[in-house]
Design a protein around this ligand. Sequence first.
Ligand code: 13P
Length: 287
Amino acid sequence: MLVSAKEMLTKAKEGHYAVGQFNINNLEWTKAILLTAQEMNSPVILGVSEGAGKYMCGYKTIVGMVNGMIEGLGITVPVALHLDHGSYEGALKCIEAGFSSVMFDGSHYPIEENIEKTKELVRITNELGLSLEAEVGSIGGEEDGVVGAGECADPDECKMIADLGVTMLAAGIGNIHGKYPANWPGLSFDTLDAIQQKTGAMPLVLHGGTGIPAEMIKKAIDLGVSKINVNTECQLAFAAATREYVEAGKDLQGKGFDPRKLLAPGTEAIKATVREKIELFGSANKA
Ligand code: 13P
């Protein structure tokens, strides 16, 4: 059964570790992440962007697939199915389809409008026992065609949104989606510290987990980050392993063209990436 992310993140904040959100793109992705979380006895959050939602034929298809896998694979660790960077309308659709968690990304609205829409979703998600992530200060990089520059959130605005009763808060601290450029100055720990001081027990979310050095991840967790999102890194690992298989000509040997064989190295590569992150984030054996 899918669960809200509230309990797993409250425990993570108290226990000074972080739960990984791994974005899914298809059946292999979902299976790899669920099996690895189970193997490591770790809670896990499956992230679905609106673009990935369309790709996978709508939110209902995803809810059916994930619930079926939890049962079919015998997954017993806590699993939240979460909309990533949702619009207001997208969040409502996911709630209706059976997601256990949603993110409303109102960071591109003026703060008053972000507050109004977040407030309405706090009411709805509270009534249904679902978790809600809000965002202040847009995360840089490209996601679903939207490019942001990697802002640092205003700690007072973070407090305003946190006080609305959201479950977790994503705040820009110079992080960006996708690969980091060579001249990236790193995370702004001063900003993170100031946000954490103002928002207290609120679990903070670090987006753009791909390519952030381990030491920075650990410091961010020390400063109150309890959820870390990883997407691109699994995609890169999948692509590299698939390339290696094809370049070695394995698809031309025997039944190597069988999709179950062709996609297996990529699936294993996702598992290895997720395993490494769960270890780094400290959520192993915290299910
Ligand atoms: P990356 O693709 O950089 O890992 O970011 C993932 C993310 O933040 C999803 O919201």
